[in-house]
Ligand binder design. Sequence first.
Ligand SMILES: *[C@@H]1O[C@H](CO)[C@@H](O)[C@H](O)[C@H]1NC(C)=O
Ligand SMILES: *[C@@H]1O[C@H](CO)[C@@H](O)[C@H](O)[C@H]1NC(C)=O
Ligand SMILES: *[C@@H]1O[C@H](CO)[C@@H](O)[C@H](O)[C@H]1NC(C)=O
Ligand SMILES: *[C@@H]1O[C@H](CO)[C@@H](O)[C@H](O)[C@H]1NC(C)=O
Ligand SMILES: *[C@@H]1O[C@H](CO)[C@@H](O)[C@H](O)[C@H]1NC(C)=O
Length: 220
Amino acid sequence: MAEPDQARPLASVRVHPRSDYEEKALKKMNHRRNLKLCGCVTAILLLLLVIVIVILVFTVFKVKDPTVTTNEIQLTNFGLNLVQLPTPQVKINMTMLVNMSIKNSNRASFKVGNSTTLVYYRGISVADAVIPAGLVIKARKTSGLNVTVDVMADRLASSPDLLRDVLQGKMIMNTYSVIPGRVKILFIKKHVEVKMNCTMTIDISKRGIQDMNCKHKVKL
Ligand SMILES: *[C@@H]1O[C@H](CO)[C@@H](O)[C@H](O)[C@H]1NC(C)=O
Ligand SMILES: *[C@@H]1O[C@H](CO)[C@@H](O)[C@H](O)[C@H]1NC(C)=O
Ligand SMILES: *[C@@H]1O[C@H](CO)[C@@H](O)[C@H](O)[C@H]1NC(C)=O
Ligand SMILES: *[C@@H]1O[C@H](CO)[C@@H](O)[C@H](O)[C@H]1NC(C)=O
Ligand SMILES: *[C@@H]1O[C@H](CO)[C@@H](O)[C@H](O)[C@H]1NC(C)=O
C-alpha cells in the first residue's frame, strides 16, 4: 500500500511559487486549449456560413422562371382580295399584334434579349418579327411586350390550302415566340429562354381571332 503521506509534499508544491518550467508548461497548456477553442469557434462559424450560403442559394439567389403570358392577339389590319381570273386566288394582308406580358419574380432584374415571333400557317412560316434586346424588367415587376407582325401575302398565297380555308371562313394559324433573357444575381448569371406557341383560328367574316390557345416552355 502506498503511503498517503507521500502525496503531501507534492501537493504542497502548488503553494510555492511556480517554477519557470511549470509556468511554461501551464502556458503551453492554456495556449493549446485556446487554440482548440479557437478551432472550434472557427469551425462553427464556417458551418454557419455554409448554411447561410446554402439557404441563400436556394432562396434569394435562386433564379426563377420569368412568367410569360399572352394576353391577346389582335388583327390590327386585315385585307382580303379574291381574284377570279386567270385562276381563283386569294390575297391577304394581315397584321397581328401579339400582346404579351413578362413577369419577373426574381430579386434581380431580367434583361430581355432579341425576341423573335414567327407566324405559321399550315406549317409554312408566313411572317417574322424581331424585338431587339434592350428591355430590362426590374426585380418583381411585370412588363408588357408588344410584337407587331406583318404577314407576307405572297408567302401565304403559296399555300395550296388557302383558298379552301378562306371559302370555309376559317384559317388556323400559330405564332411562335422565343424570348431569351438573362438574370444576374451578384456573381450568378443565368440564361433563360421562354418559348410561347399559340394556336388560333381566324374568323374571316368577323376579321377576328377565336379560340386562342397558348402553351409555353421555359428552359433555364
Ligand atoms: C395590302 O396592303 C397594301 C399596302 O398597304 C395595299 O396596297 C393592298 O391593297 C392591300 N391588299 C389587300 C388585299 O388588302
Ligand atoms: C395588352 O393587354 C393588356 C391586358 O389585357 C391591356 O391592358 C393592354 O392595353 C394591351 N395592349 C395592347 C397594345 O393591346
Ligand atoms: C441582338 O441582335 C443583334 C443583331 O443581330 C446583335 O448584335 C446583338 O448582339 C444581339 N443581342 C443579344 C443580347 O443577343
Ligand atoms: C404596347 O402598345 C401600346 C399601344 O400600341 C403602347 O401604348 C404600349 O406602350 C406598348 N407597350 C410596350 C411595352 O411596348
Ligand atoms: C406549336 O403547336 C402546334 C400545335 O400544338 C404544333 O403543331 C406546332 O408544331 C408547334 N410549333 C412549334 C414551333 O413548336
